[in-house]
Design a binder for this molecule. Structure first.
Ligand SMILES: Cc1ncc(COP(=O)(O)O)c(C=O)c1O
Length: 396
């Protein structure tokens, strides 16, 4: 309860805490097996390398690192980031179009700050990442869900919604989507870039999982089909180096980027120099690619183990078979209620995220998201066996 006379901003009227953050609170139970979060495996966190790099950068550039820095980024990191982007992607990247951010979560906030007025329409995939859906709600966006199939979001549906709702933004996760695990086909990426120009909306391409690809080839980003500045690309080192370092970036047309940088002055002034300097060394010392290569086999093995367990789930269970990322999305038969069963699953020592939280308009209680990266092979077997039994008992 607020002290008498005080009142919260109306932007919070339709916003509760992130469901996953609430779920985290019940995970403290000892021996809990959690398929709920989106955390990298602890084995994949390069603590020893980071300790060495932190010491190195503080010895070499400590005074600059410990001083206030530029909103536009710690200069050596900005330089190596631009070089990395130009080596990896076909879209142009330079100092006027790249902004380091405090995780891509902060990048999302900055784009909302730069572009959205209360009541503006934003198209979102259905389902989509609930964390960023919450940010959109805090900016009082009117969310319009867009249907997907196995190739990701459907461009014809985007076009229909563009005609009807005149959106300001389209928020989309192209690779191994959170929560569905789906990947948007190359043709659809191109179609979406074309629709953005045709109807005059900004595409916010959120791509934290691209490098966690276990099979198949990398696809071009939506931004690589964008010649006129209608796509903002949002990257992150959270899933491939460390989420705790909070280092991500935006690549955007220069006027959009400038507005984001002005917005960032009031958000966090700048992303911590030390964290940028550590990621800078990952890039400069060519540590990133081998680190990613070292974590992929373990993740793939865990994903395949979880998929094998799903094969013996009750008849009618459907699930995605992603080519990468951290999540499987499960659709139980109609009438099954994964939301209601969540508490019972937790009592039995296993947690997932009910799928309903990822849908802009709720419902879909027969769905759930499973993370495999943060459990051991043994935990995957034990946890999935418990879920299988619980689900079988609760089939209608
Ligand atoms: C789709 C998506 N976007 C953004 C994020 C947040 O990433 P960051 O740690 O870079 O803020 C996540 C984290 O789970 C995510 O799944």
């Amino acid at each position: 309860m607020l002290p008498e006379g005080l009142k919260f901003a109306s932007r919070f009227d339709n916003v509760t805490g992130s469901a996953i953050r609430e779920i985290f609170k019940v995970l403290a139970k000892p021996n809990m097996i959690s398929f709920a979060g989106g955390n990298p495996s602890v084995d994949a966190l390069p603590d020893e390398v980071c300790a060495r790099l932190a010491k190195q950068v503080l010895e070499n550039d400590g005074k600059r690192i410990l001083q206030y820095g530029a909103t536009e980024g710690y200069p050596p990191f900005l330089e190596s980031l631009i070089q990395y982007l130009n080596k990896t992607y076909a879209f142009p990247a330079d100092k006027s179009t790249v902004l380091p951010t405090t995780g891509s979560t902060a990048g999302m906030e900055l784009v909302c700050k730069a572009m959205l007025n209360p009541g503006d329409t934003v198209l979102v995939e259905s389902p989509t990442f609930l964390g960023n859906m919450q940010t959109l709600k805090l900016y009082q966006a009117n969310l319009v869900p867009i249907a997907s199939d196995d190739e990701g979001v459907i461009p014809e549906e985007v076009e229909k919604a563009a005609k009807e709702h005149h959106p300001k933004l389209f928020y989309v996760i192209p690779n191994f989507q959170n929560p569905s695990g789906r990947t948007l086909s190359a043709e659809r990426r191109k179609a979406i870039a074309q629709l953005a120009k045709k109807y005059g909306f900004l595409v916010l391409e959120d791509d934290p999982y691209r490098d966690l690809r276990y099979e198949g080839q990398h696809l071009p980003t939506i931004k690589e089909f964008d010649e006129d500045g209608y796509v903002v690309y949002m990257g992150s080192f959270s899933k491939i180096v460390s989420p705790g370092l909070r280092v991500g970036y935006l690549v955007a047309q220069q006027d959009i980027l400038r507005k984001c940088a002005i917005g960032k002055q009031g958000t966090d002034l700048h992303t911590p120099n030390l964290n940028q300097a550590i990621v800078d060394q990952f890039l400069r010392q060519d540590l990133l690619a081998p680190h990613i290569q070292s974590i992929l086999p373990g993740y793939q093995q865990k994903m395949e183990a979880m998929l094998r367990e799903l094969e013996s789930f009750p008849e009618g269970t459907r699930y995605t078979r992603p080519e990468g990322g951290l999540f499987l999305f499960v659709e139980m038969p109609e009438g099954f209620n994964a939301t209601e069963l969540f508490n019972e699953a937790v009592e039995q020592g296993v947690a997932y995220v009910p799928g309903t939280f990822f849908y802009p308009d709720g419902g879909h209680h027969n769905t759930l998201r499973l993370n495999f990266s943060n459990s051991t092979m043994e935990q995957i077997h034990v946890g999935m066996t418990k879920l299988k039994e619980l689900f079988a008992k609760n089939m209608k």
